[in-house]
Design a protein around this ligand. Structure first.
Ligand SMILES: *[C@@H]1O[C@H](CO)[C@@H](O)[C@H](O)[C@H]1NC(C)=O
Ligand SMILES: *[C@@H]1O[C@H](CO)[C@@H](O)[C@H](O)[C@H]1NC(C)=O
Length: 428
């Protein structure tokens, strides 16, 4: 845990330097930089959003406590996904894995998972905690979706999703390498939503793919901001071993690798605005190259497609390399995605747009956010503001590790007060 904090402090120093250099050297993209700060303030969750999510998870846990089907097993709820990797927005979904402890990954069959989910579904209905419940037994990972009535938060519940939990931890460590990563992911997600290209159900990009594109961009800057994920995962996992990995081992190995990268890298000090402009520039050709190359964040480069996987767009899942994270993208929609990148690149190449706050906001945000931002006074003293919004205190950082809410319920104690709810601190 200690070195996690010290990375973060290094990070603070780096980003201070970044913001200072960008404010003095803020020629062409100055208005965009300020604009991005304002957008981020609107979409970044604050402490109360985090607490709200923890409370919503506790409520689900409360509901599971009474379930007969879990009698005699140790069950814990583990949030994962963007909430845990700290890449969520105020409106983001909440992914929760119901972990049946002391069972190795993959030891619970699909049917058992479905059975558990159905029981949870009935419990949610019975208690009236949920609205818009949706049971999706045939998804890649059997899933239960609902909206918490009290907290108005969308849940995706799965069973023993060790893999999802592991992936989001790695993304979290990655986001701790450089603050600009999280900002870029949030900004591009909002842009993609505004352009209607962030919706897996309608054939465009899911948020995970979008996040991988940002990673790819940061890996292919010169000097790079992030290393190939191979460098981070080296020695921790291979495709074959995933079924039997130990989370503790992956954690140790990845942390050591990340620390090594941080200590040896040359820092790319480009501002967020400059990175966004080069992101759109780089990816405006995505439609043209997609039939020949796949995007590999594991290797940190484009890779030639050699038969096998056929898909309009291939963004390799770095943690399951035979899987295509962009498998939902359809041909027609790839054009739409490609056009959106090209259009953004064209607009940001025009000094007319680049110097006009309203045009930038119109390009980058959805109408509801745009109208809120237009009513605001532009922030002039953005140096003060960016420090305020970007720099987490150590206290906040530590509290992120409280995310795991646990319910230990041994059979022998079932008659007495069913064990109290307590957060467990992950033992870093
Ligand atoms: C619930 O959240 C959605 C977006 O996540 C929002 O559009 C809606 O207005 C919220 N509803 C309430 C009652 O707050
Ligand atoms: C950061 O990377 C970009 C993209 O490769 C490059 O153009 C830029 O010069 C780099 N910036 C710095 C300050 O090193």
């Amino acid at each position: 845990m200690l070195f996690v904090i010290s990375w973060h402090l290094c990070n603070l120093a780096d980003s201070m330097a970044v913001y200072h250099s960008s404010s003095t050297n803020n020629d062409r993209v100055g208005v965009l930089e300020i604009c991005l700060k304002d957008i981020l303030i609107e979409i970044k969750p604050v402490e109360s959003h985090r607490v709200e999510r923890i409370n919503a998870i506790r409520q689900l846990e409360e509901c599971l406590r009474g379930l007969l089907v879990f009698r005699g097993v140790v069950v814990s709820l583990k949030p994962f996904g963007s909430f845990v990797s700290n890449l969520y927005t105020k409106w983001g979904d909440l992914d929760v894995s119901v972990q049946i402890d002391n069972t190795p990954p993959n030891s619970i069959s699909r049917n058992t998972k479905r059975y558990y989910l159905k029981n949870i579904l009935h419990a949610l209905r019975r208690t009236g905690l949920a609205r818009n419940t949706q049971y999706i037994p045939n998804a890649r990972v059997p899933l239960l979706k609902y909206i918490s009535r009290h907290h108005n938060i969308s849940f995706d519940v799965s069973i023993n999703n060790h893999f999802g939990v592991m992936k989001s931890s790695i993304l979290k460590w990655l986001s701790e390498i450089d603050d600009r990563f999280r900002d870029m992911v949030l900004v591009t997600k909002e842009w993609a939503k505004a352009q209607n290209i962030n919706d897996a159900k309608s054939g465009t990009l899911n948020s995970y793919s979008l996040c991988l594109l940002v990673i790819f961009h940061f890996q292919t800057c010169d000097p790079p901001i992030l290393p190939p994920l191979r460098v981070i995962c080296e020695g921790s996992i291979s495709n074959q071993e995933w079924s039997s990995f130990s989370e503790r081992h992956v954690e140790d190995v990845c942390s050591a690798n990340i620390q090594r990268f941080r200590s040896r890298r040359r820092v790319n000090k480009s501002s967020l605005a400059q990175l966004l402009v080069s992101f759109f520039d780089k990816l405006s050709g995505i439609g043209n190259s997609a039939s020949e190359y796949s995007i590999s964040t594991f290797e940190g480069r484009l890779e030639s497609i050699t038969g096998g996987l056929r898909s309009p767009l291939i963004i390799e899942d770095p943690f399951e390399r035979s899987e295509n994270a962009a498998r939902t993208v359809r041909v027609l929609e790839l054009h739409k995605i490609s056009n959106a990148f090209r259009d953004a690149h064209d607009k940001l190449s025009s000094s007319l747009v680049l110097s006009d706050r309203d045009s930038l906001i119109f390009l980058l945000t959805r109408p509801i956010l745009a109208s809120r931002l237009r009513d605001q006074q532009p922030v002039t003293n953005y140096n003060t503001r960016s420090q305020h919004s970007n720099f987490a205190t150590i206290g906040v950082l530590e509290r992120q590790f409280e995310n795991t809410v646990r319910l230990d319920r041994m059979h022998s104690q079932a008659s007495t007060s069913v064990a109290s709810i307590r957060p467990t601190y992950r033992n870093f």
